[in-house]
Design a protein around this ligand. Sequence first.
Ligand SMILES: [Zn+2]
Length: 108
Amino acid sequence: MLTIFGLLGQRRRAKITEIVSTRRSIRSRGPNAKNTLCSRGHPYDVVVIKKNGQIYRDCRECRRHHKAKFLARIGMTESEYGRRRRYVRRQKILAGRGLPVVPSLVPK
Ligand SMILES: [Zn+2]
């Protein structure tokens, strides 16, 4: 899942959230298009843009909850998981350039 949302400044985030939250701007005519709250009653305050181009609204509270659940399941802290993801991304870049993977850089 790709989200550039987190990389944007506060003003742009607020604007995107505002536009996507506006009923008229929502392309979906699905049954949830008019909802402004998630199924647990939190406001939709995040816009997620997936790698495949899908855009959907989400709430921070539930994202936090699911992330914590996921991290607990894989037994990593947030910083360990971040380090692991950065490592994997670096290795993909190196592999794409035909460069060898350096074993000493492999995190625990
Ligand atoms: Zn929620």
